[in-house]
Design a protein around this ligand. Structure first.
Ligand code: ATP
Ligand code: MN
Length: 467
């Protein structure tokens, strides 16, 4: 508490001094021939006495009168630069005295060992290049570890916000997640595809589409690559796509975006049980590689990753309805399972990842395959959950045209609008199954962050279309 207050005080004193100075006193320089010689983490005792050029932006400033401390941050970490009046030229000392947080600069200087600094070394500045002066104080401190400043204030200055430790860690984890998924799926024999995002008709029906102008026609932004990825199993068998999905979600929740990133997988000659197994192994790989590659980020976030035990628990939909009714919830067979109601389940197994399987056919999209004759009111489907949050939906798909037509009619869809899709079913669509994972939802589960906007670089929602 005391130290936080101290930081705050130094910070505001510094601001006042700066406000008193004319900005024109600091000159902005061109990059010219200067190139970085070392990243922050490379500046260590072994370089003692050597000259280096570090580049980055000012993350903190401490003004001790005759000594100025600045911390320069680059994409990896921090390096301390210490300007003592007795040790550097008047010009360099004055330049450093006038700096403020977020200014982007290069420092040419000499490395000196310093036990108290990161990596046991600091830089004594010989010359500075100031590339761009921060003209305003950001409404949050670069080094602050919390997300506590109002989210709208932060999102309005998102690129600056993203310079902060916590968010750097979140997006490093996102990077590892995406890389691991690609690596895992390619090793399992999948090929990466991209499907159109401008489409003529709804993929799944419903009112969640964004209409757009397409020359002289109305078109829509794709809410999912579903039908295209299914078609591509005809040609490539095993496919995956990582791309945007667009959904006009009218409600304001912490788990819905208007533009999300979907990890879509579709595989030929398997059913939903094979796909659940693939998905849980993929999640397990992701957790392992984050542990391996992001230990610093986990430390920074004070985070313990979810415990993974394979296979994930599987609960049938009907079973959960019984359980919910037994604890007095007013829910009937056929209702959707909302997060609000799922939170009431006491079961220990709901504490991490688990599957809800065998949903009523009526609540799932038309392409989901009903179970065998006699039990068609259930379908071969699953949701992957993390606690009460839905991470993924998947299923075995219908691969015969007649069955598909029947399901479309039952759901009141205009079959003619799907002609472009239905016609390929005359040419041998293999049995297939697949899933779609919401990347941001998965990151919420992995990082224990409750607002989906925080795990999204530039979130889009009903109230936000910029930056
Ligand atoms: P929910 O019921 O949570 O709104 P959904 O069942 O409508 O989701 P699906 O059509 O099953 O969503 O989409 C597959 C996955 O894509 C979901 O499990 C979820 O992880 C993700 N997803 C869907 N819609 C959104 C959204 N608006 N924002 C973020 N992620 C989403
Ligand atoms: Mn779903």
């Amino acid at each position: 508490m005391l130290s936080a207050l101290k930081v705050k005080l130094t910070y505001s004193i510094k601001l006042n001094t700066i406000q008193a100075l004319k900005l024109s006193e600091l000159k902005q320089d061109e990059l010219g021939q200067w190139r970085r010689t070392h990243y922050s983490y490379e500046v260590n005792v072994s370089l003692t006495g050597r000259e280096v050029i570090v580049m980055g932006w000012v993350s903190t400033i401490r003004d001790h009168g005759n000594t100025q401390f600045i911390v320069v941050r680059d994409r990896y970490s921090d390096v301390q630069v210490v300007a003592k009046k007795s040790e550097c030229t008047e010009q360099v000392f004055e330049q450093i005295r006038q700096l403020r947080e977020h200014t982007t600069l290069a420092v040419r200087g000499k490395v000196r060992s310093q036990q108290k600094a990161a990596n046991g070394a600091e830089v004594i500045p010989l010359e500075l290049k100031i590339f761009s002066i921060a003209k305003k104080a950001a409404p949050f401190l670069v080094q602050s570890k919390t997300l506590s400043v109002g989210i709208d204030t932060r999102l309005n200055l998102r690129a600056v916000d993203l310079r902060r430790n916590v968010l750097q860690s979140v997006f490093h984890i996102r990077h590892t997640t995406l890389n691991t998924i690609r690596d895992f799926l390619v090793k399992q024999g999948f090929i990466e595809i991209n499907t159109p995002k401008m489409i003529a008709t709804a993929t799944e029906g419903g009112a969640t589409l964004f209409p757009i102008f397409y020359y002289d026609r109305e078109a829509f932004l794709a809410q999912s690559p579903q039908l295209y990825k299914e078609q591509l199993t005809m040609a490539f068998e095993n496919v995956f796509e990582i791309g945007p999905i667009f959904r006009a979600e009218p409600s304001r929740t912490n788990r819905h975006l208007s533009e999300a990133t979907s990890i879509d997988v579709e595989q030929a000659f398997v059913d939903y049980n094979d796909i659940m197994s693939l998905l849980e192994r993929m999640i397990s790989h992701i957790v392992d590689s984050i542990k391996e590659k992001n230990s610093n980020d986990l430390d920074c976030l004070g985070l313990e990753l979810p415990n993974i035990n394979l296979p994930f628990p599987r609960h049938s939909y009907s079973n959960l309805i019984n359980k919910l009714q037994a604890i007095g919830e007013t829910i009937k067979w056929g209702d959707d399972l909302s997060p609000q109601i799922m939170k009431n389940l006491p079961d220990e197994t709901m504490n991490a990842f688990y599957f809800i399987t065998d949903w009523p056919t009526a609540v799932k999209p038309f392409y989901v395959k009903p179970k065998s004759v006699g039990s068609e009111r259930l379908c071969e489907s699953f949701d992957l959950m993390y606690r009460s949050l839905e991470i993924s939906s998947g299923s075995t798909r219908i691969n015969r045209k007649d069955d598909l037509l029947e399901r479309m009619r039952k759901q009141g869809l205009n079959t003619q609008a799907f002609d472009y899709h239905l016609r390929v079913f005359d040419y041998g669509v293999p049995p297939h199954a697949g899933f779609g994972v919401g990347l941001e939802r998965l990151l919420m589960a992995l990082t224990a962050i409750e607002n989906i906007r925080d795990v999204t670089l530039y979130p889009r929602d009903i109230d936000r279309l910029t930056p």
